[in-house]
Write a protein that binds this ligand. Structure first.
Ligand SMILES: *[C@@H]1O[C@H](CO)[C@@H](O)[C@H](O)[C@H]1NC(C)=O
Ligand SMILES: *[C@@H]1O[C@H](CO)[C@@H](O)[C@H](O)[C@H]1NC(C)=O
Ligand SMILES: *[C@@H]1O[C@H](CO)[C@@H](O)[C@H](O)[C@H]1NC(C)=O
Ligand SMILES: *[C@@H]1O[C@H](CO)[C@@H](O)[C@H](O)[C@H]1NC(C)=O
Ligand SMILES: *[C@@H]1O[C@H](CO)[C@@H](O)[C@H](O)[C@H]1NC(C)=O
Ligand SMILES: *[C@@H]1O[C@H](CO)[C@@H](O)[C@H](O)[C@H]1NC(C)=O
Length: 455
């Protein structure tokens, strides 16, 4: 047991150091980072990072961001008091802690790299909860166009004042129209409850089983069914004005799905609602590899001829992987998917030999930076700590070799329980404990941006 602890501590420290170095570089600072880990010499910042505190060598460590102010509207600094429109009736206080989480999940520089996995899911869940909660008073599950504009702007202002990136609307492609009913013909709470089988919806989604929901789809099916029922209403209206006929079925279903989610957020308290909404978005994000694959021809050139020149092949593959690694953090399940996608692209180009094995490509190579952090399949919120700065929960079970897709088989689905991918990290990654039953699956909190130690 002691050996285990020591060993994991080493892993922890190694990762910590690697991540510190990585993120140190990330922020565009120069210098040899690992050597200066314990030195107190201040780094010169380039002035583009208003959030980084400038510390003197003798100053006590300062947090990367000051701690959240007790009030959600409380600004971090004097320079970023949110300027609210005064025309949004949403009760931002009702989702105070979700808004704080969203601000940190989307923290300035990191937002683009966490967009797909943590930041945007949390932003969307927060907006859903805000509208759902406000429907208790307004009796409506959507905002009108004017309100939507003001509320989205106020929402963004508050988040930015708490440290979030100021281009969240672009990063998460959120428009004011996303706060309205869109093409869904139902937004009134009473009408909703007269159409939908609400008791089934509640019982299916009240205690969402985070590990099994993605495969069993109990809550997701109930939501789809409810959304379809609402969307069907459009056919009745069509006979009257034809306005809704313009939108196609799937857009309408999608818009009604948002209405259903808001209704659920009205019935749950914000923290339950968050659990359900983030659980559902995890199912969605883990289904697809979020990376954009550039042209594979450099790899096919390096690895052709039955891989006669191993060095050239692995260099080409490493070069290609490093381009992928600049894009985004990924979850372990996404990384599996990315490995399969790239493998199939290469196989199409007649690279039949398992070049992942040849070049020791592992799952974590499909997440941000070579030795970066592969997130668990249910990524937790980013943590802001006064002493350690910003940290994420990483899946340390990330050294497993990237599986080379088999030509005779479809890519293994994580829901297929009869398939045993070596150490598939699916279910166990839901656990937040440091040790789970299976030692292979333990997770650690990895402090990643201990800038204050470096500075
Ligand atoms: C905010 O402004 C007050 C008064 O102008 C000043 O005393 C305080 O130091 C400022 N705080 C920050 C974080 O700039
Ligand atoms: C916000 O995200 C954008 C990418 O969309 C990035 O270019 C910008 O530097 C980020 N802003 C801050 C303050 O880090
Ligand atoms: C939009 O909603 C707001 C708040 O509910 C209300 O005050 C306003 O009159 C509405 N505007 C229109 C055009 O319906
Ligand atoms: C917002 O709506 C647009 C279409 O109007 C859609 O493309 C986009 O995906 C939506 N964003 C979110 C976060 O749902
Ligand atoms: C792959 O190999 C087959 C048979 O050797 C050949 O017909 C095909 O053109 C090759 N495809 C590519 C993309 O090189
Ligand atoms: C699960 O995997 C096994 C073994 O590869 C396969 O025979 C079976 O058809 C798969 N089941 C589903 C539902 O995909």
């Amino acid at each position: 047991m002691r050996e285990l602890v020591v060993q994991s501590l080493c892993v922890y420290l190694n990762l910590l150091i690697v991540l510190i170095c990585k993120f140190y570089l990330f922020f565009g600072l120069s210098g040899s980072c690992c050597n200066s880990l314990h030195s107190a010499s201040p780094a010169i910042l380039n002035g583009n990072e208003p959030l980084l505190p400038v510390t003197s060598p003798t100053a006590a460590p300062q947090p990367f961001l000051p701690l959240l102010a007790p009030s959600p509207l409380g600004p971090f600094t004097n320079s970023s008091v949110p300027k609210l429109s005064g025309q949004c009736l949403l009760d931002f206080g009702a989702a105070q802690s979700m808004m704080s989480d969203a601000s940190i999940d989307c923290v300035a520089t990191f937002a683009p790299y966490l967009a797909n996995v943590v930041c945007c899911p949390q932003v969307e869940a927060t907006l859903t909860v805000l509208i759902g909660q406000s429907s208790k008073f307004s009796k409506e599950l959507a905002l009108n166009g004017t309100s939507a504009k003001h509320c989205l702007s106020d929402f963004q202002q508050i988040l930015v004042s708490q440290g979030a990136n100021n281009s969240l609307q672009q990063i998460c492609s959120i428009h004011a129209s996303n706060l309205t009913e869109g093409s869904c013909p139902v937004k009134d709470v009473d009408e909703f409850e007269s159409i939908v089988d609400t008791s089934n919806l509640i019982s299916s989604c009240e205690k969402i089983d985070l590990v099994n929901e993605c495969c069993e789809q109990v809550c997701q099916n109930a939501i789809s069914e409810a959304a379809k029922k609402l969307a069907l209403k459009a056919y009745d209206l069509m006979n009257i004005d034809g306005h809704h006929a313009v939108t196609d079925q799937s857009t309408r279903d999608g818009d009604c799905r948002n209405i259903v989610l808001r209704w659920l957020a009205n019935k749950h308290n914000p923290s339950q609602a968050k659990k359900v909404l983030r659980g559902l978005s995890n199912c969605k994000i883990n289904k697809v590899c979020p990376l954009v694959f550039p042209d594979v021809s450099p790899v096919t050139k390096g690895c052709h001829d039955g891989v006669s020149d191993q060095r050239a092949c692995c260099n080409a593959l490493a070069g290609y992987a490093s381009r992928l690694q600049k894009q985004s953090f990924t979850t372990n399940l996404q990384a599996l998917d990315c490995a399969a996608t790239l493998g199939m692209k290469l196989q199409k180009e007649n690279i039949t030999k398992n070049v992942y094995e040849l070049c020791h490509i592992s799952l974590k190579d499909f997440s941000l930076q070579e030795s970066g952090c592969l997130l668990p399949s249910m990524p937790s919120d980013v943590i802001l700590d006064q002493y350690s700065g910003i940290s994420f929960l990483c899946d340390l079970n990330d050294n497993i070799p990237a599986p080379w897709p088999s030509t005779s088989q479809l890519p293994a689905q994580s829901c297929n329980k009869t398939i045993k991918i070596p150490a598939l990290p699916a279910a166990a990654s839901g656990q937040r404990s440091i040790y789970s039953k299976d030692v292979k699956y333990f997770l650690l909190i990895v402090a990643s941006v201990v800038l204050t130690i470096i500075l």
